[in-house]
Each structure stands twice: as C-alpha cells, then as structure tokens.
Design a protein around this ligand. Structure first.
Ligand SMILES: NC(=O)c1ccc[n+]([C@@H]2O[C@H](COP(=O)([O-])OP(=O)(O)OC[C@H]3O[C@@H](n4cnc5c(N)ncnc54)[C@H](OP(=O)(O)O)[C@@H]3O)[C@@H](O)[C@H]2O)c1
Length: 283
C-alpha cells in the first residue's frame, strides 16, 4: 500500500515510518521542515512539504502523492499547549480529511485518545460515549476529539486509534521527558484517578496493523489501567525520583482508564508490553 503519513516526524511517526517501510509499504511523509527531509529520504520514503493549516497546499501534496491510505499522526504538543493541540484535532483533521477526499483516498487511520470517555467506575470500552458533559479545559480536549473522530469517519474506510498515555523513549514519560521532571519536582499527584498507558512501540505497531482493520474506533492501551496511587511511585522509581511527599489530587470521575478487550479479541492485537508495571523499566 502507499501510505501518506501526516505527523511523520513526531514521536509516533518516527516509529511508524520505518515500520511501514519494513512491512513493504510505500510511504510519503509529510513535514513542514526542510531539515527533516534528508533523514526521511534516507529511510527510502518520499517527502511532501506542507503545513496542514495551509489547506490548498495540503490538498495539492496529497493529490500529487495519490496514496491509498492517509495516516493521521499529527499533534501539536511540542509546547504542551492543549488548545493548540485541540485546534490541530479540529482544523488540522478537517483539512487532512478534505485533502484525502480530494485525492480520492478511501481509507484513513487516525490517532485519538482513550481518556475522552464520559465518567464512570470501570475502564471504558469502545461503546462508552465520549464525555459530552465535560467542562473547563477538558471541554476543549473532548471537542477536539469529537471533531477529529467525526471527520475521520467521513471517509469510506476509517480506523480511529484511541491511545492510552504514551510512555517510552522520546515521550513525555521517559527518563528525559517532562513527566520525569514533574516527578522529580513532586508535581505528579497521587490519588484515585485511573489512567491507561501504552508503550509507544506498541502504539506504532497498532497503527501499522490498523491498515487492515475494519472501520471503527479501537482502544489501544495496555492490560492494566492503574490509579495514580499505583503508577506514580513506580514511574518515580524508574526515573530516579521519589514519590514520597507527592500531593493528593481529588478524584476526577472521567479518569477511569480504558479496556483493550475489543482489540485483543476481534483484531488479534496484543501489546508486547502488557503493563506499565514492567514497561516503565524500558524508559
Ligand atoms: N497518547 C499520548 O499519550 C500522546 C499522543 C501524542 C503525543 N504525546 C506526547 O507529546 C509529545 C510530543 O508529541 P510529538 O513528538 O508527536 O510532537 P509534535 O511536536 O506534537 O509533532 C507531531 C508531528 O506533527 C507534525 N505537525 C505539527 N504541526 C503541524 C502542522 N501545522 N503541519 C504539518 N505537520 C505538523 C510535526 O511535523 P513537522 O514538525 O516535521 O512539520 C510532527 O511530525 C510526545 O513526546 C508524547 O509524549 C502523547
């Protein structure tokens, strides 16, 4: 297949591009940055230059490439600006889907998140509604997710990957990542909030596998949703910090984690890193 990867140089794209090439796919990699081109071309892929907010340029480069599949791994998180990232999910996805349609592309694989579900006690599965009652800054995140997923589902074939929190080299949850700095400064609160993690290598493998998955949303998370009371001390240890003295956060009921049974049972997807508990040793 010929895959157009938007977000080719991000933490996931850097893993997805070589994995696609190794699996025998042809790749066109999108970037805005001329300095990224040589490294991409050295991997045997074609490079397309455009900013996703430049709608006409994006339509032009996707049409020129003429791919079978568009892969959406775009985020705008380099400055941890959640509003910028919500805009990327909304406007960036709109433009990418419109470019795919203009180019006659039938299939999209898009990156979403597994923590936009409505409040509840148990880990959410894919039938759980998104959190339409969200307020405050979370409202912007949920609206961005809704916009991204709706736009992706306009193509005849679409797979939305609702990822857990990425951990592993190059992510925020790495020895040199911003969450490690937070841990060292005791800024990671403990408490009953539940998160689901996924090793970033497993996240990349799922994106490649999703080229053949049926249309729909899929939770891509590890086997062990965990409270901050459980995972914060383990993460702190892994990055050489202490969690003694960490503040307690009040429980947000939407922080419930996510369930991967659908991917395991129906898509034959199994994470290589079954749990953050052992996976944090790899960061
Ligand atoms: N589920 C999760 O937990 C999750 C998901 C995503 C990210 N994160 C965290 O966020 C951190 C940063 O993410 P990241 O490495 O993916 O970095 P990023 O700086 O958010 O960039 C991601 C990709 O999007 C592209 N991009 C951004 N804006 C663009 C635009 N206007 N037009 C075209 N392309 C654009 C970038 O391409 P160019 O710069 O080459 O143009 C890059 O390939 C990670 O370390 C990770 O921990 C977490």
């Amino acid at each position: 297949m010929h895959v157009f990867v938007a977000g080719s140089t991000g933490v996931l794209g850097r893993r997805v591009v070589p994995a696609l090439v190794a699996a025998g796919h042809r790749v066109t990699a999108l970037t805005r940055r001329a300095e990224a081109a040589a490294g991409l071309r050295a991997q045997g892929v074609a490079v397309a230059f455009a900013d996703v907010y430049d709608r006409e340029a994006l339509i032009r480069v996707v049409t020129e490439a003429g791919p079978d599949v568009v892969m959406h791994q775009l985020t705008d998180l380099s400055t941890a600006d959640l509003a910028a990232n919500a805009r990327m999910r909304d406007v960036g996805t709109r433009n990418l889907v419109d470019a795919a349609r203009a180019a006659g592309v039938r299939r999209i694989v898009a990156q979403s998140i597994a923590w936009a579900y409505e409040a509840g006690e148990d880990p959410a599965d894919e039938t759980t509604p998104l959190d339409d009652a969200a307020t405050g800054p979370r409202r912007g995140t949920v609206d961005g997710v809704i916009a991204l997923e709706r736009a992706a589902s306009e193509l005849p074939e679409w797979v939305v990957l609702r990822y857990g929190l990425f951990y592993g080299p190059g992510t925020w949850f790495a020895v040199d990542g911003i969450k490690a700095a937070d841990a060292r400064a005791l800024r990671l609160p403990v408490g009953r909030d539940v998160s689901s993690f996924v090793h970033v290598d497993d996240a990349a493998a799922a994106a490649v596998a999703a080229l053949d998955w049926p249309s729909g949303v899929v939770n891509v998370v590890d086997d062990e949703p965990a409270t901050a009371d459980e995972w914060v001390p383990a993460f702190a240890r892994a990055v050489g910090a202490s969690s003694a003295g960490a503040v307690h956060a009040p429980h947000a009921h939407w922080a419930r984690g996510a369930d991967n049974h659908f991917a395991r049972k129906h898509l034959n997807w199994t994470p290589a890193h079954l749990s953050w508990r052992s996976g944090f040793d790899t960061i």
